[in-house]
Design a binder for this molecule. Structure first.
Ligand code: HEM
Length: 144
């Protein structure tokens, strides 16, 4: 690869690096929860979180580090996780999924990320967000 080649997001730790590594991801997640907690549009999903939001910040930031190809920090501290299963106890349908994605899109837009990485990241995040929604929609069928 020469200096002129764009980073191959999704290969190795390219995405983790594009997000600014651990410091960049913790900064993103802190800004995400600050926004969620201060904007009425996101009040319904903010209210689903535990009172101690610090744990939620730590969990999401650690998860995203590994998910973007960096160190598996979530697993180191909290063990293994399935994102759809971790949300089964919550009332998340399309409006709640879209609140989460809108809050994240607006937060990502404010980070010093490459525009191509912003677009890539939001396309990638749609997949687990939709997976959460679908899992919860299908729960009544699964438990029958
Ligand atoms: C679809 C919209 C989503 C909503 C409304 C949502 C909301 C929540 C809430 C309320 C919690 C706290 C649950 C609790 O402690 O009882 C949580 C936990 C968590 N969420 Fe989400 N979430 C969404 C999507 C995502 C996505 C797309 C990811 C990852 C890319 C993610 C990663 C996590 C992680 C890692 C935890 C911690 C789980 C644990 O350790 O138990 N969430 N989420």
């Amino acid at each position: 690869m020469t200096d002129a080649d764009p980073p191959q997001y999704g290969v190795g730790d390219a995405s983790f690096q594009a997000a600014g590594g651990e410091a960049g991801i913790f900064k993103l997640v802190n800004a995400f929860f600050d926004r969620m907690g201060s904007d009425e549009r996101f009040a319904p999903i903010y209210a689903m979180h535990p009172d101690d939001i610090e744990v939620s910040r730590d969990k999401l930031a650690r998860f995203l580090c590994g998910w973007l190809g960096g160190p598996k920090l979530y697993r180191e501290k909290y063990g293994s996780i399935s994102i759809p299963r971790a949300h089964e106890h919550l009332a998340i349908a399309t409006p709640e999924r879209d609140q989460w994605l809108t809050c994240m899109t607006e937060t990502v837009a404010e980070q010093a990320f490459d525009p191509a990485f912003r677009k890539y990241l939001m396309e990638q995040l749609f997949v687990p967000a939709e997976g959460v929604r679908r899992r919860i929609a299908e729960l009544p069928k699964l438990k029958r």
